[in-house]
Ligand binder design. Structure first.
Ligand SMILES: [Ca+2]
Ligand SMILES: [Ca+2]
Length: 139
């Protein structure tokens, strides 16, 4: 993060890291972590920050997502320019992809109360294994 204004930035603010499906910060994005600053930052002063973030297990996967690095995430600091506070970095989110690939029934017609034997095949067409060992399929 860098202070490109003319005055010292002080008074405390926090930066955030968000996961987004687009490069813009909005209410749909998920905050992954944040960092509070209480030290002053002189003009052209900067600091490096490192943290660990976890992609939520319920996050929709597939396609390009973005990590959004947001200075002064809750706009506590009055700045010369409020439009340059977000840096978006693209990130591919991969996951499993269950697909029903084959299905058949022992009869093509049946009446109520009658038993029919059915078979089906589920394939993981995704790029990573499922994170859980159990789920329910239904016919
Ligand atoms: Ca967004
Ligand atoms: Ca700014």
């Amino acid at each position: 993060m860098r202070n490109t204004g003319l005055l010292d930035a002080s008074g405390g603010w926090s930066d955030g890291v968000y996961l987004s499906e687009d490069p813009l910060l909005d209410a749909a994005d998920t905050q992954l972590n944040w960092l509070y600053h209480s030290a002053s930052l002189t003009p052209e002063g900067s600091y490096d920050a490192a943290m660990r973030v976890t992609v939520p297990s319920w996050q929709r996967v597939g396609g390009t997502h973005y990590l959004l690095f947001v200075a002064d995430r809750d706009a506590r600091l009055a700045e010369m320019d409020e439009t340059n506070n977000v840096r978006a970095v693209p990130m591919e989110l991969s996951g499993p992809d269950l697909a029903a690939t084959e299905a058949s029934a022992s009869a093509s017609s049946a009446s109520p109360g009658e038993n029919v034997r059915v078979r089906f095949t589920i394939v993981n067409r995704g790029t990573v294994a499922t994170k859980t060992n159990y789920w329910w399929d239904a016919v």
